[in-house]
Ligand binder design. Structure first.
Ligand code: RAT
Ligand code: ZN
Length: 419
């Protein structure tokens, strides 16, 4: 019998780096769209530069007023961001460095003085060949979308019929239902569902019918919501009833996990539009109460505040129906990803999902996954070194098994497990 060799401590960095580099990942939360959803999908240099993470940074370096910025065309905005953050200043931030990494991976000029040559490159791409090329550069096989059944632009496309794309699984995002019932319940009526403003009468039954209809249309791999830092459960409100009587029973009926992304403070500076959201520490008792009351539901959980990360690990040790995932949004910076990943490995072993990209623009998956491989790979190698120093060396197969779990099969099992 041939036995796999044990990896010597001084080879661990190289072996882990190689395993991480050669394993295809699943990107479990993005804002990308399949080509079948047409113009919703964003890509190219103008979109990359007008990413809201960079717009927030623009206003720190440029005197332009947000109101004036929004009057510019997208091309003018991209020019201003490029000049401000990439020519007049060094692109040191994570989001700015990301654009550089994308251009470099595509073999484009990272120090261009004007955007014209870059625009010409992106214009000449054929999207059907370009998407697989970008996925290959990013080392991913799937990008899970974020699909809103109450977004007028998106619903029109789904109702007309969307060709399912195996590389872009859908995720049904129900913020408008759970967070803004009073503003959106009327749209249910337009789609033919009998609900009222208080969520009484037939409302819960009709929301279930609505969700079931959209599940059959979108075939989502999970349902999702983002929740504010002040989110509490249970309380005496429509949202608690929606969770209890419509959303979570539907998840159970269709064997779908529920993804909760908690801790956002929406629109703390509305003048910045999409870039105007902030973060706050949340009360983890809401997660505890959900996990305890609904043992037959599976939850994907991402907390936005750094201060909630340790509590989330403790919570996941108590409730097997919680699967922590990602270093979300403001946490997706090398220093914080390092800290969170180390903490999660120490407390949960390989029973979590280290990262998702949250990409809004196609090419961002290149830099976001490159960063993840670099940062998480080094931390994983360090864990194996400690294990070896304490008396147990590992084989390449074992490393491969862990990397598969972290970046593929924990998710696959979570979405496939019945009940
Ligand atoms: O990371 C982001 O791009 C945010 O604007 C949000 O979209 C966040 O990821 C979310 O899904 O709500
Ligand atoms: Zn997101």
């Amino acid at each position: 019998m041939i036995t796999e060799p044990l990896i010597a401590i001084n080879s661990l960095d190289a072996v882990v780096e190689d395993v991480v580099a050669t394993t295809d990942f699943i990107d479990i939360h993005t804002h990308l769209f399949s080509p079948s959803l047409g113009s919703l999908g964003l890509w190219g240099i103008d979109e990359l530069l007008t990413y809201h993470y960079l717009e927030a940074e623009l206003f720190r370096f440029s005197p332009i007023a947000p109101e004036q910025y929004w009057t510019l065309t997208k091309t003018q905005r991209a020019d201003l961001v490029w000049k401000t953050l990439f020519v007049d200043n060094t692109p040191l931030s994570e989001a700015a460095r990301g654009v550089v990494a994308v251009l470099s991976a595509l073999k484009l000029d990272t120090s261009a003085k004007t955007l014209d040559p870059l625009r010409a490159y992106f214009r000449s791409r054929n999207i059907d060949e370009y998407i697989p090329h970008v996925f290959r550069l990013a080392g991913i096989t799937h990008a899970v979308m974020t699909n809103d059944p109450l977004d007028p632009e998106e619903t029109a496309l789904w109702i007309r019929g969307v060709e399912p794309d195996p590389h872009f699984p859908a995720a049904m995002r129900i913020d408008r239902i759970l967070n803004h019932w009073s503003a959106h319940h009327a749209v249910f009526a337009v789609q033919g569902y009998a609900v009222d403003s208080n969520g009484n009468g037939t409302s819960m039954k009709e929301v279930r019918r609505f969700l079931a209809d959209w599940i059959s249309r979108m075939k989502p791999v999970y349902m999702a919501v983002s929740l504010e830092d002040t989110f509490l459960f249970p309380v005496d409100d429509v949202r608690t009833r929606l969770f209890r009587e419509a959303v979570l029973p539907t998840c159970r009926e269709f064997h779908l996990p529920m993804s909760l992304m908690i801790g956002v403070r929406r629109q703390i500076n509305p003048a910045l539009r999409l870039a105007g959201d902030g973060v706050g520490r949340a009360d983890m008792r809401a997660v505890q109460n959900l996990a305890l009351e609904f043992p037959d539901n599976r939850f994907l959980i991402s907390m936005l505040s750094r201060e909630n990360q340790h509590e989330l690990c403790v919570m996941a040790r108590k409730f097997r129906n919680l699967l922590p995932f990602g270093c979300w949004w403001f946490l997706n910076n090398t220093s914080i990803v390092e800290e969170m990943t180390r903490e999660r490995l120490e407390m949960l072993g390989a029973s979590f999902i280290p990262q998702h990209s949250d990409a809004r623009i196609l090419e961002q998956v290149i830099y976001k996954w490159r960063n993840t491989r670099r940062t998480v790979g080094a931390i994983l190698a360090q864990s194996y070194k400690l294990l070896a120093a304490d008396g147990r060396s590992v084989t390449r197969d074992e490393i491969q098994r862990d990397v598969n779990r972290l970046f593929r099969t924990n998710f696959e099992n979570w979405i496939q497990r019945a009940g």
